[in-house]
Ligand binder design. Structure first.
Ligand code: AMP
Ligand code: MG
Length: 415
């Protein structure tokens, strides 16, 4: 009886590089403005018109000829946002104007309403008392001051968050060139698994990984595809894997990658495509497996994630998220990293680098992030990921790291 794994153990870095080499963004598509938040822009966007397209008042007040100075002047008309004045302000006259309205011809400044007084003296035309001397251009946004015509307002590779969506709207781009969201399918494997809504029979546990991974995919900007639970038979597994490869750009399986008799995923992936690695020197997540498979629709990435919930989610963040981001067009798909100081001493592993789950918070007094451990780090204990917003990259060595020592923290949630 053999006990060794046929797969050589890769370092996390080598496994990461192998994964990213295989992940490539598909051709860009066009999508409506309302659907592109979080996507990566696939082309530069230039403004066709200047903003503002006309000299615009920044105040509610009176459009004046600046050289007139303080004094009482006849009110010759009004102009509000969205319309042109249709008259000219001659020296010695003023016009009422609202914020965002085009400055009438002849006027060269706006005096804000607080610096004026309306004199209703009983005559036909009201007069306005101007109490302030202003220079030409005061309270007026010149043409193109915010955006010049022809200016590149967004560049290919930029992520579309609310401000970028606003800039697309400003530029009149309603059909936006982006990289499409990768479709990511999730299949849970294991005879012991039941749906979360089911009561537990003897020897059964609820499938936590699928709901968790589907949520993680959505949070990472992917489009989740639910493949359900497969029992531990080759036929059942093969049928679901084939379905996943047809429907999604990335297929995730959970479970069935350790060394037991019913760990069927690795041999199946060898058959369906090319296994690039089957073991990684890391804790948790050592049996994580990565393969590619060519199907009619193109090249698919397949991750055989370990069944233990924590291993499954940690390997999702370390390998699947960067692959997903690269396929979604991110120029730098790596997890963002900050330095933090340990809140307490942590034991190290002499054989494997460890990804310790922690909650980072900003310490204003010390001006640094403090990393508090989430407690016992068993790979089955999903409570060790609860409230975690970082994975601490602990080095592989004997002994412990002391409280206060600096450590690299990979961000998996908001700070
Ligand atoms: P495996 O990799 O299939 O040997 O599973 C390792 C451990 O993770 C076992 O204790 C499984 O019962 C557990 N496990 C596997 N899949 C899931 C799942 N989808 N949800 C919760 N626990 C799981
Ligand atoms: Mg299993």
């Amino acid at each position: 009886m053999t006990t060794g794994s046929p797969y050589s153990m890769l370092s996390v870095e080598d496994a990461f590089n192998v994964t990213l080499t295989q992940a490539r963004p598909p051709a860009p598509v066009h999508r409506p403005l309302s659907e592109v938040r979080g996507a990566i822009l696939a082309a530069d966007i230039a403004a066709q018109e200047p903003l503002p397209p006309f000299p615009a008042s920044t105040m509610d007040g009176y459009a004046v000829v600046a050289a007139d100075g303080p004094g009482d002047y006849p009110l010759i008309g009004e102009v509000s946002a969205g319309a042109l004045a249709g008259f000219t302000v001659q020296p010695g006259a003023v016009a009422y104007i609202t914020t965002g309205a085009p400055l009438p011809d002849g006027a060269d400044a706006v005096v804000m309403i607080e610096e004026t007084e309306r004199l209703d003296g009983g005559g036909d035309a009201p007069r306005i008392r101007i109490g302030q001397q202003v220079n030409p251009g005061v309270n007026v946004r010149p043409v193109g001051v915010d955006v010049e015509a022809g200016q590149t307002v967004l560049a290919a590779g930029e992520r579309l968050d609310p401000a970028e969506i606003g800039l697309l709207a400003t530029a009149g781009i309603v059909d936006v060139p982006i990289f499409p969201r990768p479709k990511v399918a999730v299949l849970s494997t294991g005879d012991e698994l039941v749906e979360p809504g089911e009561p537990l029979g003897p020897g059964q546990i609820r499938d936590s990984n699928r709901a968790m991974l589907l949520a993680a995919i959505r949070a990472a900007g992917g489009e989740p595809v639910d493949l359900g639970i497969s029992g531990d038979t080759q036929e059942a597994l093969e049928a679901r894997v084939r379905q996943g490869l047809e429907q999604a750009d990335i297929l995730l399986t959970s479970g069935g990658v350790s060394m037991g008799d019913l760990d069927l995923v690795k041999p199946l992936l060898e058959h369906a495509g090319t296994v690039h690695y089957g073991r990684v020197r890391m804790k948790p997540g050592k049996p994580v497996t990565f393969a590619t498979a060519d199907v009619e629709q193109g090249r698919r990435l397949v991750f055989g994630l370990p069944g233990n919930p924590v291993s499954s989610l940690v390997t999702f963040y370390l390998f699947v998220v960067p692959a997903l981001r690269k396929m979604a067009g991110w120029p730098d798909p790596r997890l963002r990293q900050v330095q933090a100081r340990l809140a307490q001493p942590l034991p190290l592993d002499a054989y494997r680098p460890e990804y310790h789950r922690a909650t980072l918070s900003w310490d204003a007094e010390q001006a640094c992030f403090i990393a508090a451990s989430t407690g016992i780090q068993a790979s089955s204990r999903l409570l060790s990921m609860r409230t975690a917003n970082a994975l601490l990259a602990l080095p592989q060595r004997e002994g412990t790291m002391a409280a206060g020592e600096p450590v690299a923290a990979l961000l998996i949630g908001d700070l």
